[in-house]
Design a protein around this ligand. Structure first.
Ligand SMILES: Nc1ncnc2c1ncn2[C@@H]1O[C@H](COP(=O)(O)OP(=O)(O)OP(=O)(O)O)[C@@H](O)[C@H]1O
Ligand SMILES: [Mg+2]
Length: 241
């Protein structure tokens, strides 16, 4: 597979995988401006697992959406995998997002009338991976999350925990450098929550994949290498936590 952003094509990957610095993002609702990110800075090393905690409304999802190239900051620095993403065109951003970043959301966001296999294949289709190869990759990933016998099941035929495992397999399908997980266990019971975190962290640690996981669950945060706190649109410096 041709990979635009393969690490070997870039300068030596010595710096952090991700650096955002002094990000600002406002929304205007009914003529009123709301400043959501107010100078938010964060660095994440390759393979590092970072938990983001903080009150509801502090801007965690807004930050994750920007890091995931689903949204853009109004200003600030944003370097991912050696690339200054503020200078990319939309097509390049879309490709970087698909090939180097995996997403796991609280509400799974699976395609409804499609099989587990088809859902896991979505990033592979977008990246132009041939059919036989993407079937093999999707099957192997679904087996690795314990769903080898549910390849043709559609989301409505799966439990919440099983749907989240499909979403995790999808996030891993192109072996991304970074996985963004926004309250991945927020809709799950304790057993499913533990299973998802086990699988997410096992995969991430064996492939040196960095993870940013937003969570309200102290047990999830405790499993990260580092926890940062978001407060009123900023990541607090370590001494203020
Ligand atoms: N598209 C938008 N338009 C207007 N306001 C927005 C938009 N997105 C987010 N906001 C506002 O930004 C603030 C932060 O929202 P965000 O979703 O980032 O918080 P959060 O920390 O993820 O909260 P939670 O823990 O509840 O998920 C909120 O006040 C929210 O209403
Ligand atoms: Mg949120």
């Amino acid at each position: 597979m041709e990979a635009l952003f393969a690490p070997e094509e870039q300068e030596a990957p010595t710096g952090p995988l991700l650096r955002v610095h002094d990000l600002r993002r406002s929304f205007t609702v009914s003529g009123t401006r709301i400043d959501v990110l107010k100078g938010c800075s964060l660095e994440v090393a390759r393979g590092e697992v970072v938990a983001v905690v903080g009150q509801s409304g502090s801007g965690k999802s807004t930050l994750l959406n920007i890091i995931g190239l689903l949204d853009s900051a109004d200003s600030g620095e944003h370097v991912f995998d050696g690339v200054d993403v503020t200078r990319l065109r939309e097509g390049q951003r879309a490709r970087l997002r698909n090939e180097r970043i995996g997403f796991v959301f609280q509400q799974f966001h699976l395609l409804e009338r499609r099989s587990a296999l088809a859902n896991v294949s979505v990033p592979l289709v977008l990246a132009g991976v041939p059919l036989v190869r993407r079937r093999a990759i999707a099957r192997e990933l679904l087996e690795s999350v314990g769903l080898g016998d549910r390849l043709s099941s559609q989301p409505h035929q799966l439990s919440g925990g099983e749907q989240q495992r499909v979403a995790l397999a999808r996030a891993l399908s192109l072996n991304p450098a970074l996985i963004l997980a926004d309250e991945p266990t927020g809709a799950l019971d304790k057993a499913s929550s533990t299973m998802i975190m086990d699988q997410l962290l096992d995969h991430a640690r064996s492939r040196n994949t960095a993870v940013i996981v937003v969570t309200h669950d102290p047990e999830v945060a405790a499993r990260a290498d580092r926890t940062v706190t978001m407060s009123e649109g900023r990541i607090l410096p370590a001494e203020e936590e």
